[in-house]
Design a protein. Structure first.
Length: 363
């Protein structure tokens, strides 16, 4: 039997003025891990410690089998020997170098420069037409693709990304996020991705670390961490879940794609998705309502999923959050008023129908 690959372990303490970082945790190396939290929670500080750009008061970092920062001996690898790539919020390209030389800058510092690796990255990121251009002539999305390519050409064992799409418009954000996920699948390089936008994390990540006031307060697989609505950044208006589905059909007359969850639960979403295409959807708690009647065909809501009510949580003065379990174990959250809870006499263990508004489901 193949043993599980070693993961990433870290522990950093850092004091800067009134800010204190005291973050300890772990992540797998088999996917993308989101570092999520409000502005000022310590996400960038933690990333800079991992990269060696901050001299922490206490440091420990293991990536796979490699000890980068050793809390026992106090030895720390310098930045250039960490085999870690870093993509900043701003591309930080050298303005006097063209794209080709920006890409080659990191790669040519390796013991063995691989022209084939250079060609593969240029092709994968569609950088060929940009090679002779200077950074000043690039769009925001183009510059960020170059920055990602430069980081990859360092042949890193770990890739750090610090809000790399924060300055881009919605269309460019989607392009870059899709690119990051595809590159991760192709290269196998683990990624730590910083964001304070929950939609980004839900679209991209497999695992999640939540930071509050310099500490890791929750970590684990994305679907289970999203249920931690007791944490302020995961509750409120943004409370919701992700569901992994597969497209089975497209109806051009209505512009809707039919997805399947767990093989037999059907979900309709806007837009065209090719049969067999994996689709991740985000469903907000505020876009889910509850019915007790499985046969009610009078509702305008098309998505009606059988579910079991597993818990009722306080939410606001007028509302509660319901956690629901779908037949194959997936979870949903629904926000309803306290009056509806009393009127429907809902209690854990009840069988209900979760009604998901078609227009609110996001791929």
């Amino acid at each position: 039997m193949r043993s599980a690959s070693p993961g990433i372990e870290f522990a950093y303490r850092l004091a800067r003025g009134d800010f204190r970082l005291d973050a300890e945790g772990s992540a797998g190396t088999d996917g993308i891990t989101g570092l999520f939290g409000a502005s000022g929670a310590g996400k960038t500080s933690l990333l800079r410690c991992i990269a060696g750009l901050e001299q922490a008061d206490a440091a420990h970092l293991v990536v796979g089998n490699a000890v980068i920062d050793d809390r026992v001996s106090g030895r720390r690898r310098p930045v250039h020997r960490r085999d870690i790539g870093y993509v900043f919020q701003e591309p930080r390209l050298f303005p006097h170098l063209d794209v080709r030389r920006n890409l080659e800058y990191g790669a040519r510092r390796l013991p063995a420069f691989e022209p084939r690796a250079f060609e593969a990255v240029v092709e994968r990121l569609a950088l060929g037409p940009l090679l002779s251009r200077k950074p000043a002539g690039l769009s925001g999305g183009e510059a960020q693709r170059v920055a990602i390519g430069r980081a990859l050409l360092r042949a890193p064992k770990l890739l750090l990304m610090d809000e790399p799409v924060a300055a881009l418009d919605a269309a460019r954000k989607r392009d870059i996020l899709d690119c990051v996920r595809e590159l991760r699948a192709e290269t196998g390089i683990p990624v730590l991705y910083v964001s304070h936008q929950i939609d980004e994390v839900c679209r991209l990540c497999d695992q999640m670390l939540v930071l509050e006031q310099g500490r890791v307060v929750a970590s684990g697989p994305l679907p289970s961490i999203l249920l931690r609505t007791d944490l302020g950044v995961l509750g409120g208006a943004d409370a919701g879940v992700v569901l992994d589905a597969a497209a089975v059909a497209y109806d051009p007359a209505d512009g809707l794609s039919e997805l399947t969850i767990g093989g037999d639960l059907r979900l309709l979403v806007p837009g065209r998705h090719a049969p067999g295409e994996p689709v991740r959807v985000r469903v907000r708690a505020s876009d889910v309502s509850i019915s007790r009647d499985a046969n009610d065909a009078s509702s305008s809501i098309l998505n009606r999923l059988p579910a079991t009510l597993t818990s009722v949580r306080d939410d606001a003065a007028h509302s509660v959050l319901l956690e629901l379990r779908l037949p194959h174990g997936e979870s949903l959250l629904a926000r309803i008023t306290r009056r509806s809870l009393r009127r429907m006499a809902l209690a854990p263990g009840d069988s209900v129908v979760a009604q998901v508004k078609t227009v609110s489901v996001r791929d």
